[in-house]
Design a protein around this ligand. Structure first.
Ligand code: PYC
Length: 312
């Protein structure tokens, strides 16, 4: 008996270990509005598509999806909406690097600068001759410095709330080596921090970023907890942007000076910033990283498969 099914074409990549699945065909028609309007339509009318693409049994909690869209602004190479196991991301740094490498793999772009429309603004990404990608993120800033958070059964913690295309709570840990084998306890700890930060009047914070001693040739090592409780295998582009905004505001990093951020698995992004508005503490972060395409696939959603829209 012939069953009907829906087919979705994707290209998978990883950026410093963090996966991105770019949907190149078979996605929902979100109309011709702004990316911010289109993400709302996606959320309202096609959330099952998000789950089908990134959740098990086809995906995993770590998978970030990127729906390739026609840009509104014809000077942009593409529009994109990033999504994960629980919802949508304003911007995604590792995903932007993955998207640029994917567009190059598909022969749609050449080395040089390309503008990408996201729900939170236009970012410019350069595909470098050596295959790495450098992108200038959306303006980033610190919203609150030195917020004291009381996490039940832990001593008090102090951190900053900052925007880097997503909202972060950033905590510098003292003398701590962040180790991959401790991911479970770091996840639980960060999840409780997020709940405490949200309860203390910062409901917008959906990522928690812990900083510790670098193990490689880097300035810092991080552990980043994403909104759906997965940890970022990459150093997190939006999280590193938020970090740069805090370093700039504290005069700990000069304009143009490189900051090498290492992830919990040891992969690295190099970031710099330039001031947009020094008085208001707004910076423009630029980040460089590398991605590798690792699959071209067709996802098949068979009509009678009870888990065709994913688990979750
Ligand atoms: O690289 O910005 C990033 C990111 C956000 C969530 C996962 N990666």
């Amino acid at each position: 008996m012939k069953r009907s099914c829906t087919r979705i074409s994707v290209v998978d990549s990883h950026t410093g270990g963090e996966p991105t699945r770019v949907v190149i065909a078979g996605g929902p028609d979100l109309g011709k509005g702004t990316m911010a309007e289109r993400v709302e339509k996606f959320r309202r009318e096609h959330d099952h598509f998000r789950s089908a693409v990134v959740n098990e049994p086809r995906g995993s909690d770590a998978m970030v999806g990127a729906l390739l869209c026609e840009p509104q602004d014809s000077s942009c190479a593409a529009g994109v909406i990033f999504f994960n196991n629980v919802g949508y991301l304003g911007m995604c740094g590792h995903g932007t690097i993955g998207l640029i490498v994917t567009l190059s793999h598909l022969g749609r772009i050449s080395p040089g600068a390309h503008k990408i429309e996201t729900p939170v603004g236009i970012v410019t990404a350069v595909l470098n001759e050596n295959g790495s990608v450098t992108f200038e993120n959306v303006p980033s800033y610190r919203k609150a410095k030195g917020v004291t958070v009381v996490v039940p059964n832990e001593s008090q913690l102090i951190g900053d709330v900052a925007w880097g295309g997503n909202w972060f709570f950033l905590v510098q840990l003292k003398d701590q080596r962040l180790k991959l084998e401790d991911v479970e306890s770091l996840t639980n700890f960060s999840w409780r921090i997020r709940q405490a930060v949200n309860a203390q009047g910062f409901p917008e914070v959906d990522h928690v970023e812990l900083f510790g001693i670098p193990q490689g040739e880097a300035n810092s090592r991080n552990f980043v907890l994403c909104p759906g409780k997965a940890y970022d295998r990459s150093p997190c582009g939006t999280g590193t942007s938020a970090k740069l905004a805090c370093l700039a505001a504290d005069n700990k990093l000069a304009e143009g000076e490189p900051w090498v951020q290492e992830s919990i698995i040891g992969s690295q992004f190099t970031g710099t910033f330039r001031w947009i508005d020094r008085a208001k503490g707004v910076v423009s972060p630029t980040l460089t990283g590398t991605a590798f395409v690792n699959a071209e696939a067709t996802l098949i959603l068979t009509d009678h498969d009870p888990f065709r829209f994913g688990i979750g």
